[in-house]
Structures are given as structure tokens and as C-alpha cells.
Design a protein around this ligand. Structure first.
Ligand code: GAL
Length: 808
């Protein structure tokens, strides 16, 4: 018996090795050499890069700054914003040094065995216009910085050391926001047999779903003469569900149908994931193995009913997100993405739109796991320009290739429920644009017959006339709340999506008096008021969207602009230096919630109570002056007290959109002390209360990490929120102390961010001013496990320390 077990173990080990060896994915993440500038010979193997900076990938060369007003200064009229006369836009692309060329070089080894294999070099994004060289020879190039692309480099490889060199070039006037710069997403080598499954060769759909059974269809492209395919489906616990062997190929494609009994459906509430392991055999020999995670879920878009997920009418409670991660720039980071999604989940958000380009694969994986529906977008420009050096330069040559790669690389993510071929493209004007809309939509349909396509339209009148809006699967309206009714009547689809909504502007913790609902409002300090009443000439406050979402069953949801502030596009201060990042976010650039977070939470998160008071209550000098108090809550009515005196009961009503969604006490006069709110249920019973207090002098800091234990992988991050408080622990909402950070132990200081859109402090330097009493420090793990200590100091403040730890 013992012998048998030994043989069995030996056999298993051998098969495991052979399984493991059929396909190796090597992430090229470390030991890169980087240099900004152009170098004629940097593609050559023997080029001397010893003096270049050593970096790891993902990397964003521009995020380290410094901010500079002159960088990518654009003297333009932003036509989409209704501007007719050109003016100087300073922080439009973030004022960070992303313009210019740079080189990355990496040396990696290929063994004798690997030399005989098929090797794919995969880039998940390279900003931008990558030129790729291997061992002194040009392998290929791409154009769009957001695309995933790959090359078969088998014939370029040599046994032993290989030298990869990548040149990237970012032109000025090429973007409307901070694009980032460099190899900001993963680069990997996929080493497999010559007879193998194609790159992105698996396509999984679930064409039939009932309570008892789901049909899982798996199409696999494999460029092999003969052979057969075995696909096994496993449930989330790793238990085998069923399996199928396919011996017939149709062209280069195997087509399998696998039965899953009692399927567990994927949804934002229950993001259940299955796994399909596909093995390619030739004779007895296993040649390749690919694992694909997928979900079983049903999506439908129907006239007058709208969107349903697994048979249930579901509205998109979505946000648009740019790809940058604030202080990390564009360099993709799983911990940063997960934190964003955790914050959004808590707000009750159920959907993300990757505006206006391809999402990172990491973000899609997290959305699959955490339960977010996804609207994956491709372009901000087609053939007609928005910016001088934008995507229109590449459109004719690349649009199809870019869409093909987007769909093939991401189609198995259950989170994706819709594609978008464009955002506010100027091609909405004119006949050519109608043809382009159709052409692009048909490419999406050819590549993925299961999901519809939208375009975020701002020229709604024009698209009603031209047929542009009528031909789309999903008509997406960007803003234009006054045109929803007309669009619904004129467009044939029978529903409307708020593909982009609100664009309300605010700065965390900043309030302006007297409060006014105004468009394009500017203040001398280049901040926006957090009473959430300010928007742009083309946009609106959240409540106006809520009315449509609630009263029109044919509105299938909204994607709010934006979930988080992002670098660049500092509207309404596009012309004002030093504004360099957006004011649109529901959360600020540091990921700290603005008041609006609670307004959305109060309607989106049905599981938790929301009872949030604004503004803060530190208004020295405003004693006796009108200082309105708003409460964002899911309760219908509440009573407000200032220092124990009732300010009366407010109840939701329909007088204005604001009255319907906020409780507002407009006549409160400021006196320092305590503001307390008591909320009532439908029967008038008091059910919840909340209070805020006037803070005393800044005294110490409270450090609050989002995660105390992180992975010792040199990439993971803990986001530590630093709040300045008084002696009693009451947050000091106006504190702006300059703070210093020190990390010791098995971690390092990575960056800080305070959410102030006008701050020119560099994120990676270990000092920053607090903004509205807070900032966030990012602590990064090392590859060694152990304790990590963050110490924060500030003049006049008690030093604060927090201990984190990292584990393997
Ligand atoms: C939209 C546009 C977005 C952003 C936004 C700001 O028109 O699609 O990219 O510019 O306006 O309000």
C-alpha cells in the first residue's frame, strides 16, 4: 500500500510538472532600466544602459512630477464645453511631465527548451505609441496607449540572454486628461508549445440558463492540425462540475457545450465564479492548458422594460472612472483598485464605466470578484479630432484592431454587460459619423454577439436627426436631462441610458456662503462648494438625474461623472493655475469621501443607514450668520438641533428635486457647539441620530489604515487616513498642518495625497499639508514579511504611529 501511495505521489508530481510546463506565464515586472529622452541606439543589444534608472513595471514616469504650468499647456476652445474662443488651459492633462519620449530596457533569459517554443510578448497597455525591439530587431509597434496587444516573438529569441527595448512617445495636445506615461500596465511572456491555444483564444458564453441547468458554450481557437480538447468546469470551491471532450474542429475552432446543473448565477450581490480548464491534447500528450474564469448570468435589454439581469429589472447605479489612481498615476495597482471598489461598494454602486478607454484587466478581475457590472469603453475620438494629437490620427488604421483586442482579451468577464464604442465623439455630426458608428458596432457584434453597444452622446439633437442615435443598441445620453423625454420618443430602442450624468463639482470639506445653485461658479481659492449645488454649463446636480431615474421606468440607470477625482481636467478652473485635477469626483483624489458620497449612498445602499450632516461646524467669524445645514439620509424626515435648540423638522417633499432627496435647514444661524440630527421613520418614531461638534485647537492625529495586514509582495499597499483632531478627538475640519511621514520595518513610504486639486506638492515626497483636516498616506510592502511602522509628525501636533504588518 505504502509503495502504491509513493508511486501515486510520484505520478502526480510528474503530471503536475508536465501540466505546469505546458504553458508558463512570466511577468516581466522587475529589473527594468528606464531613461527619459530619445536614444538612437537604445534598441541595440549592446547599448550601455548602466546609468539608467532601475524601475519595476507597472511604472508611470510622469507621476513623480514636479507639477509645471507649462507642461502640455493647451491654448484651445473646448468645443464640447460650448467654448467658442480659445484660452489658455494649464492643468488640463495634469501638469505632470508626461510629454516626450522614453525608453525601457529589460534583459531576460530563455532556456534551450524554451527556445523551441512559441513565445508571446503581451503588453496590457503602453503609454503611448510603443515601438518594441528584441535583440536589436524591431518586433512591432502599436499606437493607442490604452490597448492590450501582443507579438509572437518566437523567431526573435535567442537561447540565453535576450534584450527587450521599448520606446514610448507621448505627444503634447494628445489628451483631455492625465494619460500617464510609460509601461503602466503588465508586460508578460507567455511560453507555450507550438501546438497550443491561441492568445485570447477562449470565448465562453452561457446561451441557456434555467433554474435547473445552464448551457455553457466554450469556443476555443487553437492553431493545430489535429488534436482534441478536454474542458472541465469547476465551481467556486474547486469541485469538478462537468467536462466535455471535443474532437471535431470547425476551421481553427473547437466548439463545446457543457452542462452545469443548478447553476449559481453571477450578480453584483452574489458574484459567483466558475472556472473552465481547457486542455489541448495531441494523441496522449497534453500540449496546452488554459484556465478561464467565468460567470453564469443572463442580460437583456428590452423596449419599455429596460435592462434585466438574471430576469430582474436592474438599474445601473454606476460611476465613470478614469484610469489614473491619483498619487500612483496611471501605474496599475491591485490594492488601489480594490480600495476604490470597496469604497464604491459601500456607497451601493453596482456598475463602472471605464471612461474613455480600455479598462485594466486587474480592474475587470476585481469587478468579477466583488460584483460590479461593467461598461467597457474604447475611444474618446474617432476620425474627427477633439484634441490636435488625439486618437483620430490612428482611427482608420487601428480602430478595428483595438476593438478586436479589447473584446477578445476581456469577453469572458461576467462583469462586462455592455460595450461603448465612443464618448462624445465629434463624429456625431455628419453622415460619415453615422457610418462609423455602424461600422464599429458591427465589429463589436462580430467579436461578441452577446453584449450591446452604446455611445455616450452629447449632441443629442444632431443624433436624433441623423439616425446616429437610432442605430445604437443602447442610446447613451451624456447629461442633457431636458432631452431624455424627447430622445425616448424619437429613438426606437425603448429605453435610455444615462451614460454620463451629474458632473457636479465640489472640494472635500469646503463650503461657500451664501449658498447658491450655480453653473461654472468660481471662487478666489479655486475650490468648489460641497453643498453640492454647483455644476457646469452642460451638466447638473445629482438630484436632477435622480428624478429621471426614479420617475421614468425606461431610464435604465446612470453612470455618474465621476466616482473619484482624477488628474487633469480641473473644470471649472481649466484656465486657473495651479488647479491640476478634477473636482467632479464623489470621492476626492485621495479616495476620501466628499459629502456627495452620502447623497448617493442614501439612495443606492439599501442595506445600511445613511445619516450625514453638512457642513462641518467650525465657522469662527460666522457667528450669527446664516449657515444652512443639509442632511443626506435614507430616512424621510428628521429634526435638527443646534446646541439643544430645535431648528424644526424637515420632511422630503417634491417642491424641488433637492427637497426630494435632501433634508435642508436653510435658516440655521451659526453658533459653535453641537449640531444634532434625529431621524424619524414613516410613523414618526425617532430611529437614528447623529451629531457633529465644533472642534478645538489641532492637537494630535488619528491614523486609520484601510488594511492592517498586507501582502509581502513589494506591491501591496495600506492606505492610512490621517485625521487631525483636537484634544478630545473631534476632527479639525479646517486644519492644514504640514505633516511628515516616515516608514520603518518591512515597508516603505510610497505616496501621500490630500485631495486638494490646487496642491503642487509631489505625491512621492514624504511631506504634505493636510487638506480640510485630512490626508492619506500610502504604505507599500517589501518582499520580506514583518512589521511596518508609519510615523506621522507635524509641528505643534503630538506624533502619531501605527503598526501594520505584511505576510507572505
Ligand atoms: C463630458 C466628457 C467627460 C468629461 C465631462 C466633464 O462631456 O465626456 O470626459 O469631460 O464632460 O463634465
Amino acid at each position: 500500500m505504502k509503495k502504491l501511495i509513493q508511486i501515486l505521489i510520484a505520478f502526480l508530481t510528474i503530471t503536475q510538472i508536465s501540466f505546469a510546463q505546458v504553458r508558463i506565464v512570466k511577468e516581466l515586472d522587475s529589473d527594468w532600466k528606464f531613461q527619459k529622452g530619445d536614444f538612437e541606439n537604445a534598441f541595440q543589444t549592446n547599448f550601455n544602459d548602466s546609468k539608467w534608472e532601475k524601475v519595476s513595471i507597472p511604472h508611470d514616469w510622469a507621476i513623480y512630477g514636479p507639477f509645471d504650468k507649462e507642461i502640455d499647456k493647451q491654448n484651445v476652445a473646448i468645443v464640447q464645453n460650448g467654448e467658442k474662443v480659445a484660452s489658455e488651459k494649464t492643468g488640463r492633462t495634469g501638469a505632470l511631465p508626461h510629454v516626450g519620449s522614453a525608453w525601457y530596457r529589460n534583459k531576460f533569459n530563455i532556456s534551450a527548451v524554451e527556445k523551441g517554443k512559441k513565445v508571446i510578448l503581451l503588453f496590457e497597455g503602453a503609454m503611448s505609441e510603443p515601438q518594441v525591439y528584441l535583440n536589436g530587431k524591431k518586433v512591432g509597434e502599436w499606437a493607442y496607449g490604452y490597448s492590450y496587444f501582443y507579438f509572437d516573438i518566437s523567431d526573435f529569441l535567442t537561447e540565453g540572454e535576450n534584450t527587450l527595448a521599448v520606446k514610448l512617445t507621448n505627444k503634447e495636445f494628445a489628451s483631455r486628461w492625465y494619460p500617464g506615461a510609460g509601461l503602466y500596465r503588465k508586460v508578460s511572456l507567455i511560453i507555450k508549445n507550438k501546438e497550443s491555444i491561441d492568445q485570447w483564444g477562449t470565448s465562453i458564453t452561457t446561451p441557456f440558463i434555467s433554474k435547473d441547468v445552464a448551457k455553457v458554450n466554450i469556443k476555443t481557437n487553437a492553431s493545430v492540425e489535429n488534436g482534441y480538447l478536454v474542458t472541465t468546469v469547476f465551481d467556486a470551491d474547486g469541485k469538478k462540475v462537468s467536462s466535455d471532450k471535443a474532437t471535431t474542429k470547425f476551421g481553427t475552432q473547437f466548439d463545446q457545450n457543457i452542462k452545469v446543473e443548478n447553476p449559481k448565477l453571477w450578480s453584483p450581490e452574489t458574484p459567483y465564479l466558475y472556472k473552465a480548464v481547457t486542455q489541448l491534447f495531441i494523441g496522449e500528450q497534453l500540449k496546452d492548458e488554459v484556465t478561464t474564469r467565468f460567470g453564469i448570468r443572463d442580460i437583456k435589454y428590452e423596449p419599455n422594460k429596460g435592462f434585466s439581469l438574471n430576469g430582474e429589472i436592474t438599474k445601473f447605479k454606476g460611476v465613470c472612472l478614469h484610469h489614473d489612481l491619483g498619487p500612483l498615476g496611471a501605474a496599475v495597482n491591485v490594492a488601489a483598485l480594490r480600495r476604490q471598489l470597496t469604497i464604491l461598494k459601500n456607497m451601493g454602486c453596482n456598475a463602472i464605466r471605464s471612461s474613455h478607454n480600455m479598462p485594466s484587466l486587474e480592474q475587470l478581475e476585481l469587478c468579477d470578484e466583488m460584483g460590479f457590472m461593467f461598461l467597457a469603453e474604447s475611444f474618446d475620438e474617432w476620425a474627427k479630432p477633439k484634441v490636435e494629437n488625439g486618437y483620430h490620427r490612428f482611427f482608420n488604421e487601428y480602430a478595428e484592431k483595438d476593438i478586436v483586442n479589447l473584446v477578445r482579451a476581456t469577453r469572458n468577464h461576467p462583469s462586462i454587460v455592455m460595450w461603448s464604442s465612443g464618448n462624445e465623439v465629434p463624429d456625431q455630426w455628419g453622415e460619415e459619423g453615422v457610418k462609423r458608428a455602424k461600422w464599429l458596432q458591427e465589429i463589436f457584434h462580430r467579436e461578441d454577439p452577446t453584449r450591446p453597444v452604446t455611445v455616450g452622446m452629447d449632441q443629442v439633437k444632431a443624433t436624433m436627426e441623423s439616425g446616429f442615435g437610432a442605430l445604437l443598441d443602447v442610446p447613451g445620453l451624456n447629461y442633457r436631462v431636458h432631452l431624455y423625454e424627447e430622445a425616448f420618443k424619437k429613438f426606437p430602442q425603448g429605453f435610455i441610458l444615462g451614460s454620463e450624468t451629474a458632473s457636479t463639482v465640489s472640494s472635500r470639506g469646503i463650503y461657500k456662503f451664501p449658498i447658491v445653485q450655480e453653473k461654472d461658479k468660481q471662487y478666489p481659492d479655486f475650490q468648489c462648494s460641497s453643498y453640492d449645488l454647483e455644476a457646469c454649463s452642460w451638466s447638473n446636480v445629482p438630484d436632477e438625474d435622480f428624478v429621471l431615474q426614479d420617475d421614468k421606468p425606461w431610464v435604465i440607470g446612470e453612470f455618474v461623472w465621476t466616482g473619484f477625482d482624477y488628474l487633469g481636467e480641473p473644470t471649472p478652473y481649466d484656465e486657473k493655475w495651479p488647479s491640476r485635477s478634477s473636482y467632479f469626483g464623489i470621492n476626492d483624489l485621495a479616495g476620501l469621501p466628499k459629502d456627495r458620497f452620502y447623497l448617493y449612498k442614501s439612495r443606492w445602499n439599501k442595506k445600511e443607514e445613511t445619516l450625514h450632516i453638512l457642513p462641518h461646524w467650525n465657522w469662527e467669524g460666522r457667528e450669527g450668520q446664516i449657515t444652512p445645514v443639509f442632511v443626506y439620509t435614507n430616512y424621510d424626515s428628521a429634526e435638527l438641533f443646534v446646541n439643544g435648540k430645535s431648528m424644526g423638522i424637515q420632511k422630503r417633499n417634491t417642491a424641488t428635486p433637492q427637497n426630494r432627496y435632501r433634508l435642508m435647514w436653510m435658516d440655521v444661524k451659526y453658533e459653535p457647539g453641537t449640531v444634532k440630527v434625529i431621524a424619524f421613520d414613516k410613523d414618526g418614531k425617532s430611529v437614528a441620530e447623529q451629531e457633529i461638534h465644533t472642534a478645538g485647537k489641532a492637537y494630535k492625529m488619528v491614523l486609520d489604515p484601510d488594511r492592517k495586514t498586507i501582502k509581502a509582495d513589494g506591491k501591496d499597499l495600506s492606505y492610512v487616513t490621517v485625521s487631525i483632531v483636537d484634544e478630545k478627538g473631534i476632527p479639525c475640519p479646517t486644519a492644514t498642518n504640514q505633516l511628515q511621514f516616515k516608514v520603518t520595518g518591512k515597508g516603505k513610504y510610497r505616496a501621500a495625497c490630500n485631495g486638494d486639486a490646487t496642491s503642487l506638492e509631489q505625491f512621492h515626497l514624504p511631506t504634505m499639508k493636510a487638506f480640510s483636516g485630512k490626508l492619506v498616506v500610502l504604505v507599500e510592502s517589501l518582499k520580506e514579511a514583518g512589521n511596518i511602522e508609519l510615523t506621522v509628525t507635524g509641528k505643534g501636533l503630538k506624533t502619531a504611529t501605527v503598526t501594520l504588518n505584511s505576510t507572505k
